[in-house]
Design a binder for this molecule. Sequence first.
Ligand SMILES: CC(C)(COP(=O)(O)OP(=O)(O)OC[C@H]1O[C@@H](n2cnc3c(N)ncnc32)[C@H](O)[C@@H]1OP(=O)(O)O)[C@@H](O)C(=O)NCCC(=O)NCCS
Length: 152
Amino acid sequence: MAELRLEQLSAATAAAANSLTLKPGQEQFVQPTTYAQAESDVKLSSAWTRVVLDGDEVVGMIIGTFDADNSEEELRSAIWRVNVAASAQGRGVGRFAVHGLAEEARSRGFERLTVVYEPGGDDSPEAFFRAIGFEVLRETQYGDHFAVLTLG
Ligand SMILES: CC(C)(COP(=O)(O)OP(=O)(O)OC[C@H]1O[C@@H](n2cnc3c(N)ncnc32)[C@H](O)[C@@H]1OP(=O)(O)O)[C@@H](O)C(=O)NCCC(=O)NCCS
């Protein structure tokens, strides 16, 4: 794998980012119910969207949302989406993307980065978020996990 890098989503990478092929069974975890319900509350202008490039190839994408005054604590400094192509999973791409977003959160003065995900089963991103340091704080009303990465 060449050195990974994050780039702002552009016309050149948008199609590839939108058509990343996940592993069978993972699709249902891309958008947890808690986020689906909150979709209208997210200001698109506050989204931070990046693709992960390995050489010229788009291997992943991440969307963060920053909105310090949001009444929902899930939406103040959060991972909104993170997807890694099936063929590139298990090689540190997801970790790299989340670290990039964590760095952005820190530079904006946030002390934590949060995520909501649907737990359970091999296809859930639960083990991933735990492996990279997220701690579960509570369940949402839809049974999703609300987890936090403390930014040192
Ligand atoms: C979750 C996802 C982003 C992980 O990406 P990835 O590039 O495969 O993850 P990484 O290679 O960076 O893994 C980082 C750590 O998590 C662990 N991990 C990742 N997926 C795992 C899994 N399914 N089971 C167990 N551990 C896992 C890795 O072993 C690694 O830990 P280590 O460093 O201690 O060995 C990817 O599987 C994905 O796109 N899933 C579908 C979309 C999704 O669910 N997104 C989250 C929505 S909230």
